[in-house]
Design a protein around this ligand. Structure first.
Ligand code: SAM
Length: 239
């Protein structure tokens, strides 16, 4: 999969994408992250990308032309059509379901705003989707882009050393993940639940499912109303 990021801070985006699972996915050539700086598509001495907002008021707005030229270069850089996403607090909320859908696309392009945002006309004509990472306002879209890259990148086949780990993560089956423990078995902070040491795989799976259900009920009851357990899970609970 290829992700193109349009940003005034390309170094920051590249650094975020260079570490951990996503960095490894790039090394394994499962993911290609390319950055594009709109300042490279300006024609004035100051490499201007913003102008004041018509109607007055504080803050600058990212202008159409540098972004249009940047997006044209992005589109020309690879044969696959890019699904263009503007990161915005006004977009629809990013969910694991949406992440999974994006992860299955061959190519997406992420447009990071700064200042008061982007000229509305560019958004109307060049953007396919607006995505928000939450109901708060960041000073720029780069952190949101890094969130999308990380969430999408780790789902690329072969990115995680054990593909099962994504299947067991929170939201993957509509529930929150169960608690996890590592050595030592005994510690001043507590003891590892006995069932996890039993070697009884069915009992462990049942315990984990019950923990997931309990946690989801306590922490995110909204998820439970939408969750449909698969046959294996239902069989486990019936035992
Ligand atoms: N004036 C805009 C508004 O109130 O909707 C906010 C602009 S914000 C200061 C600058 C940029 O940060 C936005 O253009 C967007 O790209 C990014 N941004 C801010 N909050 C975000 C969020 N919750 N999710 C995704 N991107 C966000």
């Amino acid at each position: 999969m290829r992700i193109d990021v349009v940003s005034l801070f390309p170094d920051f985006v590249r650094q975020c994408a260079a570490v951990g699972v996503v960095g490894r996915a790039q090394q394994r050539q499962l993911l290609q992250v390319e950055t594009w700086n709109p300042r490279d598509y300006t024609h004035d001495r100051h490499r201007t990308v913003d102008a004041s907002s018509y109607g007055g008021g504080p803050g600058m707005v990212m202008m159409i032309e540098p972004l249009r030229a940047t997006l044209a270069a992005v589109r020309n850089a690879a044969p696959e059509p890019a699904h263009v996403i503007y990161l915005s607090p006004q977009g629809s909320r990013l969910t694991q379901g949406r992440v999974e859908a994006l992860a299955s696309m061959p190519r997406i392009a992420l447009l990071c705003g700064r200042y008061e945002g982007v000229d509305e006309r560019l958004l109307a004509h060049e953007v396919d989707e607006e995505l928000s990472i939450g109901d708060y306002v960041l000073s720029g879209g780069e952190l949101a882009a890094a969130v999308v890259i990380d969430a999408v990148g780790r789902l690329q086949e072969g990115a995680l050393n054990d593909a099962l780990s994504a299947e067991q993560d929170s939201f993957a089956n509509g529930l929150l993940d169960c608690p996890h423990y590592a050595k030592p078995v005994q510690d001043a902070l507590g003891t590892v639940p006995e069932v996890l040491l039993s070697g009884d795989h069915a009992a462990i799976a049942r315990w984990r499912l019950k923990q997931s259900l309990g946690r989801t009920w306590l922490r995110r009851p909204d998820l439970l109303s939408r969750c449909v357990l698969d046959e294996t899970s239902r069989a486990l609970l019936d035992e």
